[in-house]
Design a protein around this ligand. Structure first.
Ligand SMILES: Nc1ncnc2c1ncn2[C@@H]1O[C@H](COP(=O)(O)OP(=O)(O)OP(=O)(O)O)[C@@H](O)[C@H]1O
Ligand SMILES: [Mg+2]
Length: 376
């Protein structure tokens, strides 16, 4: 097995720049997801790793080897595409064995390799079937088997679950996590589904517009988003982001945004905004409690999902999203009081979008109450 690295890689198609200043190191044995909206350059990055596209500039390494210019077949990688076309006239066993046949692996050596891949993917019972006799999830596993049988240094997967229904996706997510633990291979996994990235990855590379935004563990990305894009992209429902100001008066730092006015603990932010005051305040839905507290608003939407309710609260000119356990009985337009965890709020520079929080462990633990009253 081997790690991979992109070093200052750029990819242009004519005048269009699909990827720029792309620096990413994937450690040996890591499960790295490339996550971002449609068109951000995920597939382009993966195709360059596979050798199906050449970078316009920069270096790509697999293990210690620079692979720029090395043809796909000589890169020791296996790629599973979104549309995993199995050969319909071949059995599962023949489909899995196909890459071995194509590479001239001696006939006698093929069955044990196919058997091992089938065992790993729990396909032993299905080896004699044709693809049309399989469910979508089983077909997906055969496509993975075809990649696995080659025992490559690196697995590249491009949205391999996107053709499956919700239940099968959840099942395959669990299977992929288990598979990665069993074979311990380096995996680079492309998805625009944050749930997939959050649940499976050791680290996630969040991308937008051909530019890498943050590379970190799922927990770090969720709790300490590096900028406004990551903050808004990760989390369902999304973090509420409200433009406002940060002011220091009499040694006390306050944030004023929408109808909110919060006192921040000393050291909550590491830096002041670049223009002196302009910030965007970020509040995760689970950091709001309804029913008591010194903030006031009006209920706009309640979406019960059974085990929890998503509630939209209008607070002056801002709309906040809250996540409340269980069902709540609140009507449209009803006045509510609520509280929010001032110690957990995210503060971003309104101009640059960069995170300003100090993210010191001790600051996160300090409970600071919200300041009563609205913005003057
Ligand atoms: N061969 C090409 N010629 C011109 N433009 C291209 C080519 N391939 C990709 N692009 C452009 O590069 C950008 C990145 O494409 P890419 O396929 O990497 O996106 P993606 O992040 O995989 O998106 P999706 O989630 O929709 O698959 C897009 O704007 C796309 O239109
Ligand atoms: Mg793509």
């Amino acid at each position: 097995m081997a790690g991979v690295a992109f070093e200052d890689v750029r990819k242009s198609f004519g005048t269009f720049v699909a990827l720029q200043s792309f620096d990413l190191k994937v450690e040996d044995g890591e499960f790295m997801s490339l996550l971002g909206p449609s068109g951000c350059g995920k597939t382009t990055a993966l195709r360059m790793l596979a050798g199906l596209e050449q970078p316009t500039a920069g270096t790509i390494r697999i293990g210690d080897r620079v692979v720029n210019g090395v043809p796909p077949a000589k890169r020791d990688i296996a790629m599973v595409f979104q549309s995993y076309a199995l050969y319909p006239h071949m059995t599962v066993a023949q489909n899995i064995a196909y890459p071995l046949r194509k590479r001239g692996v001696p006939r006698a050596e093929r069955p044990p390799k196919v058997k091992r891949a089938a065992e790993l993917l729990q396909l032993e019972e299905l080896l004699g079937r044709k693809p049309r006799q399989l469910s979508g999830g089983q077909q997906q596993r055969v496509a993975l088997g075809r990649a696995l049988v080659r025992e490559p240094q690196v697995f590249l997967l491009d949205e391999p679950l996107s053709n499956l229904d919700a239940k099968l996706r959840a099942h395959m997510r669990a299977e992929l996590i288990e598979l990665h633990q069993r074979i311990g291979g380096t995996m680079v996994y492309v998805t625009h589904d944050q749930l997939e990235a959050m649940t499976m990855s050791t680290r996630i590379a969040v991308m937008n517009g051909g530019i890498l935004q943050q590379v970190a563990t799922p927990s770090e990305i969720y709790h300490r988003p590096k900028n406004l894009f990551v903050a808004g992209f990760i989390g369902t429902p999304a973090m509420t982001l409200i433009e406002g100001d940060m002011v220091t008066e009499g040694g006390e730092t306050q944030v004023r945004a929408g109808g909110l006015r919060l006192r921040l603990a000393d050291g909550h932010c590491a830096r002041m905004p670049s223009d002196g005051t302009g910030i965007s305040l970020g509040v995760r839905p689970e950091d709001i409690t309804i029913g008591a507290g010194d903030q006031n608003g009006k209920i706009r939407v309640v979406e019960p999902t059974g085990h929890e309710s998503i509630v939209m609260i209008e607070c002056e000119d801002a709309m906040l999203t809250a996540r409340i356990a269980g069902d709540i009985r609140l009507g449209f337009g009803e006045a509510v009081s609520f509280d929010l965890r001032a110690d957990r709020v995210h503060v971003f520079d309104r101009g640059t979008g960069e995170r300003l929080n100090a993210d010191r462990e001790d600051v996160g633990a300090v409970r600071v109450s919200a300041v009563a009253g609205g913005v003057e």
